[in-house]
Design a protein around this ligand. Structure first.
Ligand code: SAM
Ligand code: SF4
Length: 325
């Protein structure tokens, strides 16, 4: 079974948010006071998440990224992942985390069948990191990265959201992380999900990030695979790892977008920036499996051709921690 949308894109990637909760309050993702939490009943149970994921795989999804909120704060996650990784037809189970709980959980995640980890990290300076994340501890994240390597995860992806005047002076330090270690360091354009004033001055285009790196290091382009996602990848000559540039704002990668999303509240969405979604909870709670699969197919049919982020910003605040960035 395959999921092909009206623009001919093959949809084989599900981003599954397992919680809206987080142990950080990153300035680009959440307001300082956090966001209203989902009520327990509004959140999908693990059983429901499993049924959604299985229905998506039955329809043609091959790769699932578990995200949040911070996925590692949800109790019982490791057993859920163990079950999920066994779904017939699923080729890759991967996870995005802020890394704070990796010191304890890296090995259990590996044993549960998680193939790869993306770790978000926006500064290598302890104070700045604490300021950006409002409650994060860089020492724990670095220990988490070490624990992930020890557990046998590799190559790790390190995701940095670049903000002009906040952390852009660290672009070269981050790029250099890929020289000695086999990390893929990915630079992400800052998106105006909070509808913040002056966002465009802070959002640095991928082309500028790339030229800053290329001015310092000789870069070789790399060719992606079908499920590799939206990054344009390069290698610093002689480096062990790679560099990725992700341009959701300036170069929206919509024409090659292969993903759908399911939020922690059970809304399935075709695009991060579309306000249209379908609530799967009634189908899940009514036990209508055929309708569940049909809804997955219809969200693919309704998937928009492209978003209008660069031209129009966002229509309403995008709650990244609930939708799953
Ligand atoms: N808590 C986990 C983490 O931070 O990795 C997973 C969820 S988080 C919403 C997923 C990704 O979305 C992170 O890499 C984060 O940096 C990114 N993100 C959140 N808000 C963003 C924004 N406004 N612009 C660009 N990336 C953003
Ligand atoms: Fe939490 Fe991730 Fe959002 Fe930061 S980016 S507040 S770690 S969900």
């Amino acid at each position: 079974m395959e999921l092909i949308d009206t623009y001919g894109r093959r949809i084989n990637y599900l981003r599954l948010s397992v919680t809206d909760r987080c142990n950080m309050r990153c300035c680009y993702c959440m307001p300082a006071q956090g966001v209203a939490k989902l009520q327990h009943d509004d959140m999908l149970s693990y059983e429901e998440l499993f049924r959604v994921a299985s229905a998506c795989v039955a329809q043609g999804i091959k790769k699932i990224r578990v995200t949040g909120g911070e996925p590692l704060v949800r109790r019982g996650l490791v057993s859920f992942l163990e079950r999920l990784s066994g779904v017939d037809g699923l080729k890759e189970l991967v996870l995005t985390t802020n890394g704070m709980l990796l010191p304890e959980l890296a090995l259990p995640l590996k044993r549960a069948g998680v193939a790869r980890l993306n770790i978000s990290l926006d500064s290598l300076n302890h104070e700045r990191f604490a300021r950006i994340t409002r409650s994060g501890d860089l020492a724990r994240v670095l220990a988490g990265i070490e624990a992930a390597e020890k557990a046998g995860f590799g190559p790790l992806k390190i995701n940095m959201v670049v903000m002009r005047g906040v952390n852009d002076d660290e672009i070269l330090d981050f790029a250099a992380l890929s020289i000695n270690k086999p990390y893929t360091v990915r630079f992400i354009e800052y998106m105006p999900t909070l509808q913040d004033q002056g966002w465009s001055a802070q959002s640095m285009p991928g082309s500028e990030i790339l030229s800053r790196i290329a001015d310092r290091y000789p870069l070789l382009p790399m060719i992606g695979t079908e499920m590799a996602g939206p990054a344009r990848n390069f290698k610093i000559e002689g480096g062990a790892g790679a560099i990725g540039i992700i341009t959701p704002v300036s170069g929206h990668f919509c024409e090659s977008c292969n993903r759908i999303r399911v939020t922690a509240a059970g809304m399935v969405r075709g695009c991060l920036f579309s306000s249209q979604g379908i609530d799967l909870k009634p189908l899940l709670r009514g036990g209508d499996h055929a309708a569940l699969e049909q809804t997955v197919r219809s969200i693919v049919t309704q998937k928009p051709g492209r978003h209008q982020l660069a031209e129009q910003g966002v229509e309403e605040q995008v709650n990244m921690s609930r939708i799953g960035g």
